[in-house]
Each structure stands twice: as structure tokens, then as C-alpha cells.
Write a protein that binds this ligand. Structure first.
Ligand SMILES: CC(C)(COP(=O)(O)OP(=O)(O)OC[C@H]1O[C@@H](n2cnc3c(N)ncnc32)[C@H](O)[C@@H]1OP(=O)(O)O)[C@@H](O)C(=O)NCCC(=O)NCCS
Length: 177
């Protein structure tokens, strides 16, 4: 059996290019990015990730297998209105593992580590907007349906509707890695 060395490490300033490449691969696979737009997207996304890392608005973990960066998970932070405990919330996003390395528990570990890092920042709640493949993964990590509503655009104007792909949220204090 070919067992390659692997590690999960924190993303730091300078890793924006890796995060951008993985993000482009994920969006392409989910058919949310046209093949012809990937190169431009990656350039813009690298700049955006570098800014998020530099401003400490994101925590991320990278999966490295055989020296190649092949997976990621991020939590983005934002503040809601003042709250009795903390207004800080997070969104789990950018969860991706390259096809050759799937179903070996890497996404579960990436998410566990990045959620633990978010927990250390004292976030009140973390949400995720799952792809079909992500639903079982996040349910296994303790995420539950949240009943969130979303305001979206549609032909003819804005419409308030119940989210087509319902969001999930997790009580961060229950996460164990
Ligand atoms: C979703 C994704 C991140 C899973 O990565 P992975 O490393 O293969 O996941 P894991 O091995 O950690 O799987 C953990 C659990 O998630 C669930 N799971 C993972 N992939 C799944 C799939 N394709 N279909 C259904 N359940 C799946 C299973 O319950 C799995 O546990 P099991 O293998 O013991 O049954 C990966 O398929 C991927 O990158 N997909 C494309 C991008 C994407 O959809 N990202 C999520 C955005 S919200």
C-alpha cells in the first residue's frame, strides 16, 4: 500500500495562493465557476485570502500530503449586534479535499481542527452552508438545521424566502477534535 506522509497545519500570511487554488477547484467541481474564469478568479481570490489572513478575520487549516497542499477548511469571523456573551460569529467554509484523498477522514479532521481554533477565539456560533456531499460530514460534527432565512434576488425584484439549501449551525462548545 502506498502510504504518503500527511500533515494538517495552520494557514498563515503567504498561504493565500494555496487557499485560492483549492477554492477554485472546489467551486469548479460544484459547477459554480466557469472553467474560463478560474485563472482570473484565483488571482483575485489569492489577494482576498491574503487580506483576510493579514487582518486575522479568518482561521484556516491546510492538508499537506506528500508535500502537496491538497485540502483546506476555514472559519470566517464576523460581529453581530452587541450580545450578553459575545457578538462574534463564524462561518465554516472553504472545506475541500482533492479527489485522490477523499473518504480517509481528512475533511473531518480539517473541520475539527479549524473549529477548535474558532472555539479558542470565543465565537458564539458557527454556521455552514453545505454542499450535498458536505451534509453528512457536518451533521457528524454536530451541526443542526438553523431555520435561517435569506434575502435573495430573483427576476422581478427581491423576494424573502426560506433558504433553498437550509443552513446548519453548531454550538461551538460541543465541538471536540
Ligand atoms: C465534502 C468533502 C470535503 C469530503 O471530504 P473527505 O475528506 O472525503 O471527507 P471525510 O473522509 O472526512 O468524510 C467524513 C464523513 O463525511 C461524509 N461524507 C464525505 N464525503 C461524502 C460524500 N461524497 N457523500 C456522502 N457523505 C460524505 C461521510 O459521513 C464521511 O464519513 P465516512 O467516510 O466514515 O462515511 C469532499 O468530498 C470535497 O471536497 N467535495 C467537493 C467540495 C465540497 O463539496 N465541499 C463542501 C462544501 S460545503
Amino acid at each position: 500500500m502506498n502510504v504518503q506522509l500527511h500533515m494538517i497545519r495552520p494557514a498563515i500570511v503567504g498561504d493565500g495562493g494555496f487557499l485560492a487554488r483549492l477554492r477554485a477547484a472546489s467551486l469548479s467541481e460544484l459547477q459554480l465557476l466557469e472553467p474560463g474564469c478560474a485563472a482570473t478568479f484565483e488571482t483575485d481570490a489569492e489577494r482576498a485570502f491574503e487580506g483576510l489572513l493579514a487582518r486575522d478575520e479568518i482561521v484556516a487549516r491546510l492538508l499537506v500530503v506528500g508535500g502537496d497542499v491538497v485540502g483546506s477548511a476555514c472559519v470566517m469571523f464576523w460581529h453581530r449586534l452587541p450580545y450578553a456573551t459575545t457578538p462574534l460569529h463564524g462561518e465554516l467554509a472553504g472545506v475541500y479535499v482533492a479527489r485522490a484523498h477523499r473518504r480517509r477522514g481528512f475533511a473531518r479532521r480539517l473541520c475539527g481542527e479549524v473549529l477548535a481554533a474558532a472555539h479558542k477565539r470565543n465565537v458564539r456560533r458557527v454556521v455552514v452552508h453545505p454542499s450535498p456531499a458536505g451534509r453528512a460530514l457536518y451533521a457528524g460534527l454536530g451541526f443542526v438545521p438553523s431555520g435561517e432565512l435569506r434575502l435573495g434576488t430573483s427576476e422581478g425584484g427581491y423576494a424573502v424566502h426560506s433558504c433553498g439549501a437550509p443552513g446548519l449551525e453548531v454550538d461551538i462548545s460541543k465541538i471536540t477534535t
